[in-house]
Design a protein around this ligand. Sequence first.
Ligand SMILES: Cc1cc2nc3c(=O)[nH]c(=O)nc-3n(C[C@H](O)[C@H](O)[C@H](O)COP(=O)(O)O)c2cc1C
Length: 183
Amino acid sequence: MDTVVVYESLWGNTAAIAQAIARGLGNGAVALTTDRATPSVVERARLIVVGSPVHAMNLPTDASRASATAKVYGRPGLHADVSHPSIREWLDNVPPGERYCAAFETGIRGPLGHGAARAVIGRLTDLGCVPLDEPHTFTVALVTGSAEPGALLLGGQEEKAMHWGEHLAAALAAQGPEGVHAP
Ligand SMILES: Cc1cc2nc3c(=O)[nH]c(=O)nc-3n(C[C@H](O)[C@H](O)[C@H](O)COP(=O)(O)O)c2cc1C
């Protein structure tokens, strides 16, 4: 697998964005939950794209995930899925090495800080990854009457994600087939 998209998603919104990015990347790119994106999968990838919801302006923590399961955030009947490790935990097991990376987050529109994707890029850069693009934010509504996974996404976000995937594929191709260089 040349490119993998790895995501954490409690209500399916970050998952839907991850799948749209993988469609845009094409060429066999897949969107994987954190438990499927094992260290050996990461080691084989030339580009990893990592996505997370924003919780308290940063990556979700055990505490924020627990609070999400305890409360209904405008998603009646839809329970938060915390069965996969968080991106924070997953990052602890990413093997160091030179590869390209990109990060995205989902968060609500407005003045609240959006620090999850920047935190991911910081960690990946420390491990030797080279960012192919700036972190991207995809926007969700605070509440919805629907219990469908992904229902919080505002209109046009999946299209925006697919186009970003296309852009990343082109940026990767422009680096040439050998090695990892600063773009
Ligand atoms: C505990 C908690 C804290 C949150 N904090 C923020 C925040 O600081 N900024 C923000 O934009 N969104 C915040 N949100 C909204 C989440 O980003 C939103 O639930 C997420 O994008 C949904 O994605 P998912 O369905 O993939 O989990 C918070 C949500 C929860 C549950």
